[in-house]
Write a protein that binds this ligand. Sequence first.
Ligand SMILES: O=C(O)C(=O)C[C@]1(C(=O)O)C=C[C@@H](O)C=C1
Length: 291
Amino acid sequence: MGTVGYLGPKGSFTEAAAKALFPKEEGSPFRSIPDCIDAVKQNMVERAVVPLENAIEGSVNITLDYLIHHQRLTMAAEVTAPIYQHLMVREEYKHDWRTINSLLSHPQAIAQCHQFIRENLDHVDIAYMNSTAEAAKYVSETGENVGAIANKIAAKEYGLTIVKSEINDYENNSTRFIVLENGILGNETKDLSDKTKFKTTLMITLPSDYSGALHQVLSAFSWRQINLSKIESRPMKTGLGKYFFIIDVDMKLDNVLIPGACEELKALGCGVEILGSYPCYSWNDLKINIL
Ligand SMILES: O=C(O)C(=O)C[C@]1(C(=O)O)C=C[C@@H](O)C=C1
């Protein structure tokens, strides 16, 4: 058994995902996503759980960028968790929540509740925090009339009162969390059932900006009938117009299809790296309903 790093403090969504995936392992909170990733690289923890993508707001860019540009680790598993955002204040302000002067939360959580904030708290100053749980902790420790957006575990952990429940602008809000390890590709860390689905994530760079390059990349997958579940472009940070692509393939790394597609892409002059081939758990698979 090892230690699992997560974006803390206690009561964050990431902690809930880490607990659901690794109920018997000890959790270790870190202040930022890069700190979680560094901790794995430096063997301070065996693995880390970090957010990767939200259904309303899209990718968590810092996770992708830090992983690509700074510290390469292996994607070892994913879990998709339901996300319910609540507005919470200190007990003594529970009737005055409409007059709070600041609203604190993680940027992803603020963005998920953008319309609610416009309609109900248009006057407030927004303060971005490292996580929703950090926001809840701060609100509990200050005597001021300020609010936090966080989950119900954080409300309990920090003794806050939820004054508006489920304020995310769209139903079916969910976030994909990824497990990162130093380990080798395909080193599965959890028991798998026959129904467990797999993904393989590839990072692809195009040779140069010639017409039809992306089309050729996609053809390598399409004629092999390999299903893709996501394609995302991120800046290479070497100048405007230069991107790499993160492609999620809907299958486990095999000996034929994915290697064949990768070789074809390399022959076209593309850079190809496999970031992980991993089991994907749904929240119900894990049977730990803590959110
Ligand atoms: O702030 C937290 O509680 C987190 O775990 C981070 C995070 C994210 O980065 O997306 C996780 C899930 C929610 O989408 C909102 C915030």
